[in-house]
Design a protein around this ligand. Structure first.
Ligand SMILES: [Zn+2]
Length: 454
């Protein structure tokens, strides 16, 4: 389905440079391109969406997604801190995954993202054991856009803890690079929807030499990097041991710039923010994950004030537990207001940009997506406001962000193609996910020698 589409008389959130919201606005799409945006557009379209009681958003951009963790939802207790959470649960589970389990985990995660209005995402930590080619193929078939980070590492450590990683997740640098190169050759740039990136495991699992090799390859290939950074206070010990802050450490290795998306950044300092702002390095803010693991509140308002491109991500199911960016936006707003003891700290208008155009910019795709503007590709999420939690329709965009969920999404269009139509996801088989996920999650628990925790 990629004919002419007209969305009529809706509240249109453009996320353009003036951050305009057009009430009674329409959007006309031809051959996957937005050809007109504004009031009173008349056209004979193959598909017409009546925009009465609808808010139309640019497709949301999730800059931190673990595809391997969709199937980990509910498998990890909700009262453990990051290192124990990783070492005793998440790593044994991911290190025991089979290709079949990864296949359904990927489909489950894609299904939820499409269902809740996300059009583009950054995938992190794709391990060799997951069958990387099959994983990328699943993403491609879903119709979404994604920068997919191949895990790279040469030491089984985390921060200042050597030899901590689960054996099932250990890779050597040559294997990591070989798979990246193969996937880069096969998929990078495909249909302007798939890009192969690097996902260095974490500082402490990657040598300086390997970081430099990654940075050189990124420059040569025009690809990108995503990595967890300064997530918990203890992480800073590793950098202190190297005599540097996280930003300075990365800058000295050439690991900053456009298409570098560092995740969490809860414990970044002002020098780090300046380095990231000057180099065009982005930060992915993951408020649910940081809250559930007790990691802290990222200094989002300070990063924005200092010129850092801040984006938003859900992280994975064991730390969120959902992949729903509408819910994530609300928590991001509330946490900054409470952290700064200031209701003016951040607004719904700021959050619109963070969840759309800033995310697209961090992926290097802002010239053709991330906003609803003439000439851009049609990546659009439509939300139904005719629901008890979303009326009265006076400030519908605020209502959606503060009172809505991604489940209010009725239609998702990516590149002019419906991935969700009239409330139903059409590019991922939801019945397969429902039929297989419970059985495979139980199998994964037993493979990892773990039990149900409640
Ligand atoms: Zn993560």
């Amino acid at each position: 389905m990629s004919g002419t589409i007209l969305i009529k008389d809706a509240t249109v959130v453009t996320a353009n440079s003036r951050n305009e919201i057009i009430k009674g606005g329409s959007v006309l799409i031809e051959n996957g391109e937005i050809v007109d945006v504004g009031k009173r557009i008349q056209a004979n379209a193959e598909f017409v969406i009546d925009g009465k009681d609808r808010v139309v958003f640019p497709g949301l951009v999730n800059t931190h997604v673990h595809l391997a963790q969709g199937i980990l939802r509910g498998l990890v207790p909700d009262n453990v801190a990051l290192i124990e959470w990783l070492k005793d649960y998440v790593w044994p589970l991911q290190g025991s995954m089979t290709e079949e389990i990864m296949d359904i985990s990927t489909k489950l995660t894609l299904l939820e993202m499409i269902n809740t209005g996300t059009s583009s995402f950054v995938a992190t930590s794709i391990n060799a054991r997951y069958n990387v080619d099959r994983t990328v193929e699943n993403v491609y078939k879903s119709g979404m856009r994604a920068a997919i980070g191949k895990q790279v590492m040469d030491t089984p450590g985390y921060a200042d803890k050597p030899q901590i990683l689960h054996q099932g997740l250990v890779e050597d640098a040559e294997t990591s690079f070989k798979i990246y190169e193969q996937m880069y050759g096969k998929w990078h740039g495909r249909d302007n929807r798939i890009w192969m990136w690097f996902s260095p495991r974490t500082p402490g699992a990657v040598s300086d030499e390997l970081f430099r090799r990654i940075a050189d390859t990124v420059r040569e290939h025009g690809s990108g990097v995503t990595m967890h950074l300064a997530e918990v206070r203890d992480d800073i010990r590793y950098f202190a041991g190297r005599g540097k802050s996280p930003g300075k450490f990365l800058k000295d290795l050439g690991m900053v710039g456009r298409n570098y998306v560092y995740v969490h950044g809860v414990w970044l300092n002002y020098d780090d923010m300046e380095i990231f702002a000057k180099s065009g390095t982005s930060v992915s803010h993951n408020p649910s994950s940081n809250s559930k693991l007790g990691s802290g509140i990222a200094p989002v308002t300070k990063m924005i004030k200092n010129g850092v491109n801040v984006t938003i991500g859900t992280d994975g199911a064991p730390s969120n537990d959902d992949y729903d960016l509408i819910r994530e936006m609300k928590l991001a707003l509330l946490l900054q207001k409470v952290n700064d003891l200031n209701p003016q700290a951040i607004s719904v208008l700021d959050m619109i940009k963070i969840a759309t155009i800033n995310g697209a910019w961090s992926m290097g795709i802002e010239n053709f997506t991330g906003s609803i503007e003439k000439g851009k590709r049609a990546d659009i999420a439509v939300f139904n406001m005719r629901a008890p939690h979303l009326v009265p329709p006076v400030a519908p965009v605020s209502n959606l962000i503060y009172s809505g969920t991604g489940m209010d999404c009725t239609d998702l269009i990516v590149d002019g193609r419906f991935l969700k139509r009239d409330g139903k996801v059409v590019t991922v088989d939801e019945n397969e996910v429902y039929e297989k996920s419970g059985k495979l999650a139980a199998e994964l628990l037993s493979r990892a020698n773990l039990k149900e925790w409640m």
